[in-house]
Design a protein around this ligand. Sequence first.
Ligand SMILES: Cc1ncc(C[n+]2csc(CCOP(=O)(O)OP(=O)(O)O)c2C)c(N)n1
Ligand SMILES: [Mg+2]
Length: 320
Amino acid sequence: MELTNEKMIEMLQTMLIIREFETPLERLFYEGKIPGAIHQSLGQEGAATGTVFALDKADYIFTFHRSHGNMIAKGLDPRYMMAELFGKATGYCKGKGGSMHLTYPKLGAMGSNGIVGIVTVLANGPALYSKLKGKNNVSVAYFGDGASNQGSVHEGMNLASIWKLPTIFVLENNHYAEATPAEYSCSVKDFKKRAVAHDMPAFEAKGSDVLEVFDNMSKAVKRARNGEGPSLLVLDLYRYKGHQVGEPEGYRTKEEIEDHMVNKDCIKNFKALLINKGLITEESFKTMEDKAKSIISEAIKFAEDSPWPDVSETYTDVYA
Ligand SMILES: Cc1ncc(C[n+]2csc(CCOP(=O)(O)OP(=O)(O)O)c2C)c(N)n1
Ligand SMILES: [Mg+2]
């Protein structure tokens, strides 16, 4: 897929909207407005944006507990997302799903998921459908470094490999699973090796560089659309906040976190690149930031003003 100047500006705008969406969630959680668990993806905006921009609208994504960024990049409306987090009737799942069940199949958003690693199996479903129907769509499973140790991940990758499915496995290595460092819990240091066991190619990119993410995701997408089968994409990331809102932390140093926020921030890097290319200025960047802020304050207001689901809804939508 060609990346026009307009698309690159849209990518930066998307990353800013994701950051603005994630930032107030901690406050809203402590104000008692968000009833479920919240896993922020601050610092990982380039991964969500770079991968999803390499897809078409009709492609499918399956995400996990850290999913807001991917869903915003896929085109979900922050108002209905926020309402879902608030448990309100206007949310994508009528307020019954919350952060870990954000689903809107019309846009290929096949759900965030609280079961670590399971999306690798689920993503093969639409991939098989696409292949059998000759549809040319790809299906993406996002999962973390910790999830990569789960048996289901290997089942999913194995099946995609033997059936040559257009499934793309995106391993978001943010170096920790809750408080456990990947260096301790994972048998490999280089996650690309996870692909060897399933005879598929592996690509990699730094999450601090959204264009590198886009380029490498595009290689996997091209292979999948050409009927060449699945790929693994390994992204090197860092989350700025704790595993979830309310986590006591204590397993990372302040210096380590600051190093990433100050020197390796995906938004800072992309902003500098676009200024260098003459595509934006400090002033136009400020306008983009303001736009993101107003989209999110409108989303929060929408969620606050929305009604709770009616009691009569308790037993609806339980089975599909
Ligand atoms: C099958 C299963 N096992 C354990 C858990 C508990 N759990 C929730 S998040 C998490 C860590 C996931 O780490 P990683 O895959 O690296 O993703 P990250 O949170 O770092 O983005 C665990 C163990 C779960 N939700 N599901
Ligand atoms: Mg992790």
